[in-house]
Design a protein around this ligand. Structure first.
Ligand code: GRF
Length: 200
């Protein structure tokens, strides 16, 4: 197999998408490997998942910095230390500033629980139900300086059923998130491998 894409995964909480990436990376033919997991929340459950998988973890608690710029500088330094090919935001609940995003342009991706450009921001499942949408889903997209606005890489649709609650809809979408996030990473890794071959 060609060189595996090196990932850094940024989390803030539960880490179920991190788990999906951990499970995918454990497959022998998966073209990526997680080198580092960073959480801004010291108590994030996802950190336990990472430790259990034997991954390097770092906590960079935004509350201990005097400004967003200082937090992002520390984050940047830790990431540079690892040198990832791709940064995967997986439930990372801090908005990243334009300078940070520009430095990692085209090398940061995110998973968002809606069919972007619909329903940017928070509480997407409740808003999908309120709006009476018949279809909902999730999007893996490049991160740009505008919130939930970068080019889409992969989307998955789910139906909104008449008796759906926020919980039942969220669970249906989450199952798709766990499927398409690793799939998007695979596609990017394969594309990177092709471009390495053609540039040699
Ligand atoms: C997911 O729904 C993801 O789309 C959103 O935040 C949630 C994180 O869940 N960005 P988890 O921490 O991956 O379980």
């Amino acid at each position: 197999m060609t060189r595996r894409l090196k990932l850094a995964v940024l989390i803030s909480g539960r880490g179920s998408n991190l788990q999906a990436l951990i499970d995918a990376c454990a497959l022998p033919d998966f073209p990526a490997v997680i080198d580092l997991v960073v959480s801004n929340e010291p108590q994030a459950a996802g950190l336990d998942r990472a430790r259990e998988a034997g991954l390097d973890t770092a906590v960079i608690n935004h509350r201990t910095f005097s400004s967003r710029a200082a937090f992002e500088q520390a984050l940047d330094a830790r990431l540079l230390d690892s040198g990832p090919d791709l940064i995967c935001l997986a439930g990372f609940m801090r908005i990243l500033g334009a300078d940070f995003v520009r430095r990692w342009e085209r090398r940061i991706i995110n998973i968002h629980p809606s069919l972007l450009p619909a329903l940017k921001g928070l509480d997407t499942h409740a808003r999908a139900l309120e709006a009476g949408l018949r279809e909902h889903g999730c999007t893996v997209h490049y991160v740009t300086a505008e919130l939930d606005d970068g080019p889409a890489i992969l989307q998955a649709k789910v139906p909104v059923l008449p008796d759906d609650t926020v919980e039942s809809l969220a669970a249906r979408v989450l199952a798709e998130e766990h499927r398409i996030y690793p799939e998007a990473v695979r596609q990017l890794a394969e594309a990177a491998a092709v471009s390495r071959t053609t540039c040699q």
